[in-house]
Design a protein around this ligand. Structure first.
Ligand SMILES: Nc1nc2c(c(=O)[nH]1)N[C@H]1C(S)=C(S)[C@@H](COP(=O)(O)OP(=O)(O)OC[C@H]3O[C@@H](n4cnc5c(=O)[nH]c(N)nc54)[C@H](O)[C@@H]3O)O[C@H]1N2
Ligand SMILES: Nc1nc2c(c(=O)[nH]1)N[C@H]1C(S)=C(S)[C@@H](COP(=O)(O)OP(=O)(O)OC[C@H]3O[C@@H](n4cnc5c(=O)[nH]c(N)nc54)[C@H](O)[C@@H]3O)O[C@H]1N2
Ligand code: SF4
Ligand SMILES: [Mo]
Length: 745
């Protein structure tokens, strides 16, 4: 007998609602949930393979503990005993910063990953915190922090209503969108065109998204900040600046023309390899469109001027009056957002409150650059102790961060390492304890992160579709027990962690004059929380305190967990609306258009006007059936066009004597890899492309399918020294490489 169950898909940022077919405890099928208030039935090939991803026989079923150098299966009790015994002595002997925490991308796709890692970091009191954000979107956080005073206030293009979309360094037809949560992104782009709107794509590769565009500009990698600065220049020069209703909320508008004065279209054209006339047209079209949104993603962030490019994306939206208006770029309001406080000055955003020990990189958003993880482990300095113990949650930095081989060695030298990971892979193979979370079908789901980035306000929650298999532990309990073991409270009841957070949150809420629960008794409020588990009670609390919440009875129609459970396909909360000035937390209470760190970084951009690569540069790419480093083990999602090949333009191939399919040695500052060439004019001349997340050929892993076609680790071409200095974000695109051909082989 088969049954069906609803489950929000955790496999990318689009967060589609799925209807799973379940036989016994096995997921045998997945289709789009047509009644889902947000995704309305959309599904992609990854979502359709949910059952295969979920049921991968290589997923670990029990914890692993290292004994005499070898990992062996162990009980949960043994695993947490080993963690308490491994982490505590390091803290006591060398201090809290000797314990590093690495958080990977899947944490934003799980309930546990949203709720527990902040408690772990606070409990450990370590500054050695590294996440996937610094190989991804940290520049956007920094630009938002500086502009709006809140690193998490990221405006999202109003895909459903805009007349004009300028898309920079994003390929949503493969990625399904990022920092813009939108089920059926491809359909939304087609709808934009169908309603007479225009789509411009800036990408050194002619991607599937670029093919859909009215105009595609194959820019030279790494130069988007120059192009965007030139567009801002044109807006000022031609009198096209019109912030409209934003004007009273802006500070520093007068200083901007000077800041972008040197970046004329003529001055940047050669560096960007985009004609000056085209740049002028881009600016004029942006200004002329009834509504428009500029949107930048990975290709605009993981570059030397990532923060400036991210800042300029918002500056252009502001100068054309498109920030915070329907059809432009708006700030979503999620159901679990904090109770909105009244508009007014805030604390602002600070950068560089501390620095990394070895290269003295400034922190951003409480994090150090993932690029610096290896040196923070393997390099001793007078400043303090290296990292000697590491807790990695849902992270595979050996493949996703620069210089994987150095990191691989560094991880092998640690006194102690824990991985919370379903796979024994390139990173977790170094752990002394591996804690495997259950597969997604056995986990609840709510998108704490992505609802704050969604193109429509909505809220959905799905309980586990399948009960926890015997011997399994929910990831929330794994992380709660890990927190207790690592912070000297080993053995305490894991619900203590949730009780602590609930007590602190409610204790703070009742003190806030703008809170609906101001002046009430936190214990009385806590007693009202519903839910089957700690995470559910915390979700209930956040919903009730949130912008749509019932305020613990103050607004009886408002949201509660109970109400959400009564709406299994979700609750629509309406289109994105104008919200300024409420979201601003800058010291001035306004949008600070030319913050000091940005102004101080502009001379570096001016230098880039003169710089040209003297050889080939490397960019990445994603495939629709991929997901970073961890889906190559699912046969249904591999093969065909999803291969780790080096894309090279026919002109470059001819000049260098590279033939299609031939192995090519690629050399970078961090090392070299050999991959088969795929000659294609989808990349522009002077640019080669390799996807990331490959290189599954290391011993001691359990990835039986992935290891058969391992591919190579593109990040081995990097040495970790190329960073955007403001955000600490790794430069992963536009990286100089050399090809070694023929006799040199
Ligand atoms: N060259 C290059 N490098 C890149 C990029 C690029 O474009 N080019 N992209 C970068 C980006 S944007 C990102 S986000 C990073 C991603 O890199 P990472 O942060 O390392 O993330 P993933 O590779 O997605 O997965 C990390 C680990 O999470 C595990 N995992 C999967 N599901 C779960 C779960 O439910 N719970 C737990 N605890 N673990 C789980 C997987 O087995 C895997 O070991 O890579 C970055 N690296
Ligand atoms: N199928 C699939 N979906 C995914 C993922 C995945 O691995 N596979 N990963 C998820 C994650 S973690 C993220 S962060 C998102 C990322 O989502 P996207 O940002 O949409 O990711 P990409 O498909 O890598 O698109 C980035 C594009 O930038 C281009 N580019 C490179 N350098 C430059 C440059 O200097 N300038 C410009 N203008 N463009 C440049 C590349 O050619 C590429 O086409 O995708 C998510 N979704
Ligand atoms: S688009 Fe993303 S969320 Fe939707 S089904 Fe595909 S992988 Fe899942
Ligand atoms: Mo990412």
């Amino acid at each position: 007998m088969s049954r069906t169950a609803l489950r929000i898909c955790p496999l990318c940022e689009a967060t589609c609602g799925l209807t799973l077919t379940i036989e016994g405890t096995k997921v045998t099928g997945a289709r789009g949930d047509r009644d889902d208030v947000f995704s309305q039935g959309f599904i992609c090939p990854k979502g359709a393979s949910f059952g295969a991803v979920d049921g991968d026989p290589d997923r670990l079923r029990t914890p692993l503990v290292r004994e005499d150098g070898e990992l062996r299966e162990a009980s949960w009790e043994e695993a947490f005993d080993a963690i308490a015994a491994g982490v505590r002595p390091v803290v006591e002997r060398y201090g809290p910063n000797a314990v590093g925490v690495v958080l990977g991308n899947p944490n934003v796709h799980t309930v546990a990953g949203a709720l527990y890692p902040p408690v772990l970091i606070a409990g450990l009191r370590t500054r050695s915190v590294f996440t996937a954000s610094t190989v991804d979107q940290m520049p956007k956080h920094v630009s938002s922090g500086l502009l709006y005073g809140d690193a998490l206030a990221i405006p999202v293009p109003d895909l459903d209503h805009t007349d004009h979309l300028l898309l920079i360094g994003a390929n949503p037809l493969e990625s399904n969108g990022s920092l813009c949560t939108a089920p059926d992104f491809p359909g939304k782009l087609k709808a934009l065109k169908a309603r007479g709107g225009t789509l411009t794509v800036i990408d050194p590769r002619r991607t599937r998204t670029a093919k859909l565009a009215d105009r595609h500009l194959a820019i030279r990698p790494g130069t988007d900040a120059l192009l965007l600065a030139a567009m801002a220049h044109v807006l000022f020069e031609e009198g096209l600046v019109d912030p409209g209703e934003l004007t009273p909320h802006l500070q520093g508008l007068d200083e901007l023309p000077d800041a972008v004065r040197d970046f004329t279209p003529e001055a940047v054209a050669d560096a960007c390899d985009v004609a000056a006339a085209t740049i002028r047209t881009l600016a004029r079209e942006l200004a002329a469109a009834p509504t428009a949104a500029v949107y930048g993603r990975i290709g605009s962030c993981t570059v030397p001027h990532g923060t400036l490019a991210s800042w300029l994306v918002d500056v252009l939206n502001i100068l054309t009056g498109n920030l915070d208006r329907p059809g432009g770029a708006l700030f979503p309001q999620a159901a679990t957002d904090k109770t909105p406080r009244p508009a007014g000055p805030g604390h602002g955003f600070a950068l560089g409150r501390w620095r990394s020990r070895v290269s003295e990189h400034p922190e951003a958003k409480g994090e150090l650059p993932l690029s610096a993880l290896a040196e923070e482990i393997d390099t001793a300095t007078e400043e303090g102790e290296p990292i000697r113990a590491l807790i990695a949650v849902a992270a595979n930095p050996v493949l996703s961060a620069p210089d994987g081989d150095r990191l691989d060695k560094a991880l092998g030298s640690l006194d102690f390492m824990v991985s919370v990971d379903p796979y024994l892979n390139e990173t977790s193979r170094h752990a002394h304890v591996v804690l495997p979370p259950p597969p997604p079908s056995q986990s609840p789901h709510h998108d704490f992160a992505f609802n704050t980035l969604a193109v429509r306000n909505q809220v959905r929650y799905t309980r586990p579709a399948v009960p926890l298999e015997p011997g399994r532990m929910a990831e929330s309990e794994i992380l709660a027990r890990l927190i207790l073991a690592a912070t000297g409270m080993h053995g305490a009841d894991p619900s203590a962690v949730d009780d602590l957070v609930i007590g602190q949150t409610l204790g703070k809420a009742v003190m806030e004059p703008h809170s609906p629960v101001h002046g009430r008794d936190p214990q009385e409020l806590a007693a009202r929380l519903t839910g089957d588990s700690g995470p559910e009670r915390r979700l209930d609390m956040m919903l009730r305190l949130g912008p749509y919440g019932d305020g613990f009875g103050v607004r009886p129609d408002g949201l509660t967990l109970e109400k959400l459970l009564a709406h299994p396909h979700g609750i629509d909360l309406g289109p994105l609306r104008s919200r300024l000035p409420q979201p601003l937390k800058t010291v001035s209470g306004r949008v600070e258009l030319l913050p000091r760190p940005i102004a101080d970084d502009l001379p570096r951009l001016r230098e880039a006007l003169r710089r040209r690569p003297d050889g080939l540069v490397l960019v990445g790419r994603r495939h629709l059936r991929s997901n970073n480093s961890w889906m190559h083990n699912v046969p249904a999602l591999t093969g065909g066009t999803n291969r780790c090949t080096l894309h090279i333009h026919p002109e470059d191939a001819e000049r260098l004597g590279v033939s299609d399919g031939a192995p090519v040695r690629v050399k970078g500052a961090g090392g070299e890899v050999t991959a088969p060439a795929e000659v294609t004019d989808a990349v522009r001349p002077g640019v080669v492309s390799l996807p990331h997340g490959w290189g599954h050929d290391r011993p001691g892993t359990r990835l039986s399918h992935a290891s058969r076609a391992p591919g190579v680790n593109v990040n081995q071409l990097l040495d970790g020294t190329l960073l955007d200095p403001l955000s600490g974000n790794a430069v992963l695109n536009g990286v100089p490489v050399k090809l070694v051909i023929g006799s040199a082989l």
